[in-house]
Design a protein around this ligand. Structure first.
Ligand code: ATP
Length: 483
């Protein structure tokens, strides 16, 4: 119950402050679809940017891709999605509801919400597969041969563009291709707010490596995973196991860099019998959401399944010519696949803090502070004049705002008491507030020269600590914290 309460409070805050709205709300909403408001759009953009930077910009061995959502329908035949991208579904003959068979214990009964569907008295059918792909048509004729699908994952576009990227970038193995983009799954039961929705964004990397046999041919042996292995610097004799661990390690470091420490995460190594038929190993990185510890990202060692399938379907090998061995082969793949919306929910729940404040008259008030890592916070700084009816304070604050604006998203606010303005920024998760006061203008405090002309008050969100900083030092102080 306490967890539900927190989720309700978080959803209320997200609506009140413009992080997340229900899609089509004025029409009663559409189950499984969400919109991001002014703060949510910035938060997502920052998450996308940090991922893109870590996965490609800061590396020499990963290229970016931005592919179409609708692709040739045969791609989904080759990948196996047309046949098998399905969840097991049961019907309840009593309430006419349809439910994901493997989640009956978590889904509340529509007629008796105190009980999960697993325990209600409704008469249920056996489980049957339900394909999750959204179907549409290309062109004006709605016929069988014009059926197309909204992509259920971004990965396949990477596989089918493997050759083009390889040739145009002149990369050599090992190297990767990454993509961020929308994916669509007609989930039977979207739930847990934005955690499981029908339209969402994925951030995926396909990292192509030499098969172990090829490495063995070149180096005589393959370095395999062992506890305590140094994962920081890739080595030419690494086999798939090392690369798999390397990417788990890289991804954990990424999460740490945006404020999700190891104590917020957990790991699940899929058991042999749980693995997809093409996977050699899969580890899920889990986040401790208020409603339970759930998957944030899956990192799979996919062998050469996808490129082999596409080779078969197009009748042309989607392979790689190895200069070292003078042989051609189909590379193997390590795939870190993360959900952007799930990550947004993770950082929102991770940031959410309540603080109870008692004023001088003994009145208590609970305030929310969103402790986002400065790198991902929607606004980096709030800029205020101490008083709005003093034109010289307003002019100076506007000047400071103009100074910061080209370098970071910052918010100008002159409405209400300074305490209220700080509180509003705390709730939005703004890590820094900058206040222009009379000392800024005149360098005078309590009638004496303070030597602090052209300084401002810099307030830190998480500690409420305030310091005096010269305007000319502001950028130098803020930029390293947010980048
Ligand atoms: P699940 O078993 O939860 O349905 P999955 O294991 O099939 O998900 P993948 O296909 O591995 O998920 O997708 C990779 C990532 O994409 C997931 O870790 C998750 O972050 C995100 N994702 C998948 N489905 C959804 C969804 N319906 N809504 C939001 N994010 C999703």
């Amino acid at each position: 119950m306490a967890e539900n309460n927190i989720m309700e409070k978080i959803a209320a805050l997200c609506k009140r402050r413009g992080f997340i709205f229900q899609s089509s709300e004025i029409y009663g909403g559409l189950n499984g679809f969400w919109d991001y408001g002014q703060l949510g759009a910035e938060l997502k953009r920052n998450l996308r940017d940090t991922w893109w930077r870590a996965m490609t910009r800061e590396r020499e061995d990963v290229e970016g891709l931005d592919a179409a959502i609708i692709m040739h329908p045969n791609i989904w035949k080759a990948s196996g999605h047309t046949e098998t991208f399905a969840d097991p579904m049961v019907d309840c003959k009593t309430c006419k509801g349809r439910f994901r068979a493997d989640q009956l214990a978590q889904i509340p009964c529509p007629q008796k919400s105190s009980k999960p569907v697993a325990d209600c008295d409704g008469e249920k059918t056996g489980a049957r597969p339900f394909n999750l792909m959204f179907q549409t048509y290309t062109g004006p004729i709605q016929s069988e041969e014009n059926i197309a699908y909204l992509r259920p994952e971004t990965a396949q576009a990477i596989f089918v563009q493997f050759k083009n990227v390889l040739e145009s970038s002149r990369q050599k193995l090992p190297f990767g291709i990454c993509q961020i983009g929308k994916a669509f799954r007609n989930e039977i039961n979207p739930r847990n707010y934005i955690f499981r929705s029908r339209e969402f964004e994925q951030m995926e990397l396909e990292f192509f490596i030499k098969p172990d046999e090829v490495i063995e041919k070149i180096h005589g042996s393959v370095a395999k995973w062992h506890e305590g292995a140094d994962l920081s610097t890739p080595q030419p004799n690494w086999g798939w196991e090392m690369w798999h661990r390397y990417w788990v390690d890289q991804r954990v470091k990424y999460y740490e860099s945006i404020g999700l420490g190891r104590d917020a995460l957990d790991f699940y190594w899929q058991k042999k019998e749980e693995l997809a038929h093409y996977a050699k190993a899969t580890v899920d990185i889990l986040f401790k959401f208020p409603f339970g510890t759930e998957e944030l990202e899956g990192i799979a060692a996919r062998g050469n399944y996808d490129l082999t399938q596409h080779s078969k379907f197009v009748g042309k090998p989607q392979d790689y010519f190895d200069e070292d061995t003078k042989t051609r082969y189909i590379p193997h793949v390590i795939e870190p696949s993360a959900g952007l919306d799930r990550l947004a929910l993770a950082v929102i729940t991770n940031a959410y803090h309540e603080e109870t404040i008692t004023d001088a008259k003994g009145k208590t008030e609970t305030r929310v502070i969103m402790r986002f890592h400065p790198r991902i916070a929607p606004f980096k700084a709030g800029v205020f004049p101490l008083l709005k009816n003093k034109p010289e304070l307003v002019a100076k604050a506007r000047e400071v705002h103009r100074l910061l604006k080209p370098h970071m998203n910052c918010f100008y606010d002159e409405a209400g008491s300074i305490g209220r303005r700080y509180a509003r920024q705390d709730e939005a998760g703004t890590p820094f507030c900058v206040t222009v006061d009379f000392e800024t203008l005149e360098g005078v405090k309590d009638g004496a020269d303070s030597g602090k002309k052209d300084t401002v008050t810099l307030r830190h969100r998480d500690t409420s600590a305030q310091e005096r900083v010269s305007i000319s030092d502001l950028l130098g102080k803020l930029l390293p914290a947010i980048s």
